[in-house]
Every structure is written in C-alpha cells, then in structure tokens.
Design a protein around this ligand. Sequence first.
Ligand SMILES: *[C@@H]1O[C@H](CO)[C@@H](O)[C@H](O)[C@H]1NC(C)=O
Ligand SMILES: *[C@@H]1O[C@H](CO)[C@@H](O)[C@H](O)[C@H]1NC(C)=O
Length: 328
Amino acid sequence: MWPLAAWVLLSAVGAGSAQLIFSVTDVVEKTDCNKTVVLPCYVTNLKENNANVMFVTWKKQGKVIFSFDGARQEFFRDPAVPSANLVSRADLPKGIASLMLNSAEADVGNYSCEVTESNREGETRVELRKHSGSWFLLVERAIIIALLFLVIILCSAQLSVIALKYEIVPKKKTGILVASFIFTVAAVVGTVLFVQGGYTAQNQAGLGLIVVPAVILVPLQYLMFGIVFESLQQATFALIGLQILGYVIAVVGFALCVSACPPLHGSVVIAGLAIMAIANLLSLAYVFIMGSRMKDHPRPGKAVEEPLNGLQSYVMCEKYTVVDTPWP
Ligand SMILES: *[C@@H]1O[C@H](CO)[C@@H](O)[C@H](O)[C@H]1NC(C)=O
Ligand SMILES: *[C@@H]1O[C@H](CO)[C@@H](O)[C@H](O)[C@H]1NC(C)=O
C-alpha cells in the first residue's frame, strides 16, 4: 500500500511535467498474410481513464498520419491512410491507443504514438518491418520443388529406358516430346515464381504451374506403357490410377492453399506430389522388370518382321515346360 501512496504523491507533485509511460514494443512485423496491421500503443499509467481528456497522434517517419481528439470526438486521417483507425475507441480510456490500418497503406518505417491525458503526455515509437516468406515455409517449398524434380527425373529415366529398348513410332515420339517439353517448361517457370517467399499472384501462379500441368503425366504414362506392352495389363492401369490419385490430391491441395495464408493444407499438396513420385517410381520399376521379360516374347508386330524370334520363344517355352514337369 505504501509504495502506491508514495507513487500517487509523487505523481501529484510532479503533475506539470508528468510523463505517460508506455508498454514498449520496438518492432512489429507484417507478413504478406496480414490484410490489416496493428501498430501497438499501450499507456500504462493513465489516471483519469476518460477519453474526453485524451488526444492521440500517430506519425509516420515524423509526419502526422492520424489523430483523435477526445474532447471533440474528431478524427484526422492523412489521405494516404484512409483506413487508419483506433483499434478500439472503447478501450482508449484503458490506455489502448493502438492504430489499425490496411496492410497496403502501412509502409514499413518508424511510427510514433503520442498520447496526451489532460496535461500529461508521452510518446512511444514502433518500427514496422516487412517479413517475407509467409505463405509456404521454406522447407515446404523445398519439398514441393524437390518432389516435382524427382517426378521429372523418374519420368525421364523411364523414357530413356524405353527409348533404348524399343522402337518408338515418329507419331508417338512427337507426342512424348511435346508433352515432356510443356511439362518441363511449366515446372521450371513455376519453380522460379514459387521459390521466393511471399503471397503474391506470382507465388500463387507458380504453385499452379507446378501442380496443374502435371496432368500431362497421365497420358504420357499411358503412351509409354503402350510402347512397352502390347496390351495394357491390370498393373499398368493400377499405376496410372495411382498417378491420377496423386494428381487429384495435389490439385485439391493447391485449391485449398491458393486462397489461404498461411496455407493450412500445404501437406495435401506435398502428399499428392509424393504419390505421383511413387507412381512414377513404380512405373519405372515395372517397365524395367516386365519390359525386359517381354524381350523374350516379342510383340506380334515384330514377330512378322523377324519370324525366327517367334520360333525361339516357342522353343524357350518348351524348355520351361520340360524343366517344370518333374516337380509335382
Ligand atoms: C500480422 O499477422 C500476424 C498473424 O495474424 C499477427 O500476429 C501480427 O501481429 C500481424 N502484424 C501486424 C503488424 O499487425
Ligand atoms: C527506424 O529507427 C531505427 C532506430 O532509430 C533505425 O535503425 C531504422 O533505420 C529506422 N527505420 C527507418 C525505415 O527509417
């Protein structure tokens, strides 16, 4: 009780030069996710708690941008910051003189909050800084881009295996080249736009270019299986199905993330791309293993050109039959 009484006494004595004391925040940061920003200003030692005897002035880099005259209940706003307002007029008597304004109007820099209560006054300063990289975290961006390039590498590996082992008719070759070219260009442009942090139209377009054109991989995979296998087996349809599943999940994830900041469903995009990468890896393995088995059983088209091969495979089948017989 005594310290309080002593403080009240001291305040009364020094009333003329008494200073208002603030709870100081040196720096506040705005990210690209902030639609509005709040510049904090808290007076801790108001005595009258009455807005009618208060006057609040906000300056940006020394220039008045906003003021509130409690006695007249009047506001002043710089035309450059039409959205500026007290966070809560009702809380002003409690010492809360924080300013709220649209993020677009809030340039980075030093702001000062000056509060007067009757004949006591004080000022506090707060620096507004920009903090980038807010939409997707750096690690999320790294994983998304890594998965995209993993898909490209696996797909290229599969194409290389096929190109080495099988004849590709020019029409299919053109189709494959065009599809690969479109997909790669989209992936590179998307990566360039998406790799920086931030939540701008460019970042959103970048993620779109990473995710949406991946639909090309589905017909591309179908085309590649068609070169290796004469008739598509269930396994190849399952692999294409897995590819489609991954794509749908990635697109749903993109749709959920594109309008959310921070993106609450970033993991959905990652899961979708991961499933696509797995589908590509399994397809590569399938083409590699089943494709080499098929070599001993040439496709009818080739058998016509090289009738001997058909004979050989017939002989080989016979051999297997002979080997298998003693077992039961
Ligand atoms: C920006 O938004 C974040 C999260 O909503 C918030 O914590 C932060 O205080 C905001 N920044 C400013 C300057 O208002
Ligand atoms: C704000 O003030 C701080 C400290 O006085 C200074 O370091 C900083 O450069 C200022 N920022 C701007 C944008 O003027």
